[in-house]
Design a protein around this ligand. Structure first.
Ligand code: ADP
Ligand code: MG
Length: 251
């Protein structure tokens, strides 16, 4: 692609993202999303068999289901970390099906925050820098990135942990830093894959509360995989993955 064509394409993408900034446009749309894995010996495993889902700004949606039911597969497709075998994924109004890797990375950086079960923080950096760095990669000047990082960490109760490295933080604190990092670029969509899976009950309750509060304040749409049914009860909608399909659960 020529430089001009690339520029036009990114301008068109930015315009589509901007146009989708109306209060009701979904931040995530999945249509017929399927995922099949090759499992050796010519065998295949159909983990997702056609998932449809819309998540709107400010909406917090839970994803439950036993280990191996496909929660991570669905989150990775929604987070543009992997390509679904079939179906379409649209994030912030942009259909990602035909996008190249570069455009997908750009959209991911601007519009998606991802929280993993294990924090995946950078060990050599302080809490503050872990939250400031993705903003700087996105083009935010250092001073502004650090100011926003501080604001987020203070709001998450980590005001006196700014200079700590991940190894100097408890599990719950590490996950709060990971949440701050995921929200640092003001994404439209927050994805979390069992973010409290390795925390005790009281700590995971507090971490979830932080996540809910910030998500609602920022108006992001969230899709959160969890084993914890009690926490799932605080979400707006909850789906189970059953035999490759989403089934809505009464809370
Ligand atoms: P969950 O997050 O709900 O535990 P996953 O999406 O990680 O489920 O996995 C769903 C199923 O797909 C599991 O049975 C898993 O073993 C299988 N699976 C996941 N990734 C791969 C892969 N890359 N190759 C083959 N099988 C996979
Ligand atoms: Mg998983």
């Amino acid at each position: 692609m020529s430089k001009t064509a690339q520029l036009n394409r990114s301008q068109a993408l930015a315009a589509a993202e901007l146009a989708s900034h109306d209060a009701f446009a979904p931040v995530l749309s999945l249509r017929g999303v399927a995922r099949t894995y090759q499992t050796g010996g010519g065998r295949t495993l159909d983990v997702l068999k056609g998932v449809d889902l819309d998540i709107r700004p400010g909406e917090i949606v839970g994803l439950i289901g036993p280990s191996g039911s496909g929660k991570s597969s669905l989150l990775h497709a929604a987070g543009l970390l992997e390509h679904p075998t079939a179906g379409r994924v649209a994030v912030a109004g942009v259909d990602c099906t035909e996008l190249n890797d570069r455009a997908r990375s750009g959209l991911r950086l601007r519009s998606i925050g991802f929280v993993y079960q294990f924090h995946h923080l950078l060990a050599e950096f302080t809490a503050l820098d872990n939250v400031a760095l993705p903003q700087m990669i996105g083009g935010t000047p250092k001073a502004k990135a650090r100011a926003r990082a501080k604001e987020l960490l203070v709001r998450l109760g980590l005001g006196d942990r700014l200079a700590h490295q991940p190894a100097q933080l408890s599990g719950g604190e590490q996950q709060r830093v990971a949440i701050a990092r995921a929200l640092a670029n003001q994404p439209r969509l927050l994805l979390a894959d069992e973010p409290t899976g390795n925390l005790d009950t009281a700590t995971s309750g507090a971490v979830f509360q932080s996540l809910f509060d910030l998500a609602r304040i920022q108006g992001v749409g969230a899709l959160i995989a969890t084993h914890n049914m009690e926490l799932a009860g605080f979400m707006d909608r909850v789906f189970a993955i059953q035999d490759g399909h989403l089934v809505e659960r009464r809370r």
